[in-house]
Design a protein around this ligand. Structure first.
Ligand code: HEM
Length: 395
């Protein structure tokens, strides 16, 4: 018999739950039912830091190939070449070896001036002393123009990226004509970019990926196209919500904002703490490939497991008695917002850089962040923890 606690697990499959304050429930899960079975549609919930880490580090026992999202459960997944998130070793190792160099720290560092220019452009356009929705004005366009930069396409394309990314996410559950047409348009756009970069390579990511060879292997056009689409989805809403949620957190904790203003050396630790605090990806799934015991429970082959990063990042056993407090100087801070193990976020260095640059530029310009109304929270399928609006006055 698998242990259940329906009053604690049912909310996890209700999109409205994530638009409220989920953290009290996560605390109860960790205390009362740390590794428990959700009977509808049927998956384990891993809510402690230790279990999330242990499972993430063992892709042989807990694979990604049978789905990583709540909406993947029970579905026959199509073969998607180049979809890193859904591939297991040894194939995953091959893909990662090919794409990793394009995200090497030195390459990411080289993007800093371009990223800063985009942050400056967006922030300089903000009206000072007036209410502005920071989601639409800053958090939405910022990661999209950075991805355009990364791919070596004009920054003006960001609005199209926005639409495609939304349609790509929606197509996961609703394969409407509109969603599929947007996906086809995106595929055509990326294939055009790939063909162009193969003929006239620059120093952008697509050029690197289109020409790089590792042990005589390179990505084919289909894999490359899929990879570009994946970057758009993986690097967009996540970073958007780090920025939106990070600004809400700092506005709600004026003492932490003042500490940062007084000591800029705290910016890097503040970014780690805002990643922990906001945890933009609530959860990903794995599926057990064999029978195994976790937290004293027998997990059967084929059982899906939800890795609840948002709960792991508030686990007192890992972060001590201050786990529920925002501390921009927290050190050490082994937050798990980027996952862990083989699938550790490929864009982590880029996301950290975007977060740091945006925070530095905001600190340079504004003394005061004031919420001018209740921020809007996103209903979620258990993946993206987000904000629909953040009305703020910046002075
Ligand atoms: C705050 C921002 C971000 C967060 C919180 C985040 C979170 C994550 C997490 C939790 C995973 C692990 C998936 C798993 O274990 O199954 C992941 C993987 C990934 N992320 Fe991010 N991500 C962010 C930004 C980005 C950016 C900017 C990019 C690229 C432009 C990116 C590209 C990817 C890719 C390609 C993977 C798949 C890696 C693999 O399966 O080997 N992410 N991300």
């Amino acid at each position: 018999m698998r242990p259940t606690a329906p009053e604690l697990t049912r909310p996890l499959t209700d999109p409205r739950f994530y638009a409220g304050d989920p953290f009290p429930l996560y605390a109860r899960l960790r205390a009362e039912a740390p590794f428990v079975w959700h009977d509808e549609p049927g998956f384990w919930v891993a809510s402690t830091y230790d279990d999330v880490m242990r499972i993430s580090k063992d892709p042989e026992t807990f694979c990604s190939g049978k789905g990583v999202l709540l909406m993947d459960l029970g579905r026959e997944l199509p073969e998607i070449p180049g979809a890193l998130l859904y591939v297991d070793p040894p194939e995953h190792t091959r893909y990662r070896r090919i794409v990793q160099p394009a995200f090497a720290p030195s390459r990411v560092k080289a993007l800093e001036p371009a990223i800063r220019a985009q942050a400056v452009r967006l922030l300089d356009a903000l009206p000072e002393g007036e209410v502005v929705d920071l989601v639409q004005a800053v958090a939405v366009p910022f990661p999209l123009v950075v991805i355009a930069e990364l791919l070596g396409v004009p920054a003006e394309d960001w609005r199209r990226f926005y639409e495609w990314s939304d349609h790509a996410i929606a197509a996961g559950t609703q394969q409407t004509d509109e969603n599929m047409a947007a996906l086809a348009e995106m595929a055509e756009f990326f294939l055009g970019v790939i063909a162009e970069k193969q003929q006239h390579p620059g120093d952008d990511l697509v050029s690197v990926l289109a020409t790089v060879e590792v042990d005589g292997e390179r990505l084919n056009d289909g894999e490359l196209m899929m990879f570009c689409g994946q970057l758009l989805v993986a690097g967009n809403e996540t970073t958007r919500n780090l920025v939106s949620g990070g600004l809400v957190a700092l506005a709600e904790h004026p003492d932490q904002w003042s500490r940062l203003r007084a000591d800029r050396t705290l910016v890097p630790s503040a970014i780690e703490e805002l990643l922990r605090w906001t945890t933009p990806v609530i959860s990903f799934f794995r599926t057990a490939t064999r029978e195994v015991t976790i937290h004293g429970q027998r997990v059967h082959a084929g059982d899906p497991v939800m890795l609840l990063y948002a709960s792991a990042n508030r686990d007192e056993a890992a972060f001590g008695p201050t786990a529920g407090q925002l501390d921009v100087a927290r050190d050490p801070n082994q937050q798990v917002a980027f996952g862990f193990g083989q699938h550790y976020c490929l864009g982590a260095a880029l996301a950290r850089l975007e977060g740091r640059v945006m925070l530095e530029e905001i600190l340079d310009r504004f003394e005061d962040l004031e919420l001018a109304g209740e921020p809007g929270r996103l209903e979620s399928a258990g993946v993206v923890s987000g904000w629909t609006s953040v009305p703020m006055i910046l002075r």
